[in-house]
Write a protein that binds this ligand. Sequence first.
Ligand code: HEC
Length: 101
Amino acid sequence: MKKLALAFALAVILAAAALAADAPDGKALFTKCAGCHGTDGATTALGNKALKGLSADTIAKALAGYKAKTFGGAKKGMMEAQASRLSDAEIKALAAYISTL
Ligand code: HEC
């Protein structure tokens, strides 16, 4: 029985490791955004606001809003195209990464 319990524990650990490896990488995802927002999130050349300094919560709400077409300013069309391709997990990963910029 002990061996079985051990094998089960190992299977749980391996499954958890596989899940962690599948979590989207916010930093890698942000390379798609850096063209407009800058690698430091501070670029405002397109009339957008700087992302640098925003909280993860604010960013996640903005991205979810662009995706649902319920949020945005005069240039929201640009962001709706970006956000429509993001999954909820990717939005979370991006928001967490950008809030560290
Ligand atoms: C084609 C240029 C472009 C790309 C690529 C782009 N953005 Fe934007 N982003 C903008 C513009 C322009 C705005 C302002 C839109 C508006 O008027 O609502 C904006 C706004 C935002 C806002 C809202 C900021 C605020 O203070 O309200 C967030 C968050 C954001 N972008 C995140 C991202 C993320 C994350 C990505 C990558 C997945 C990305 N953007 C890719 C141009 C871009």
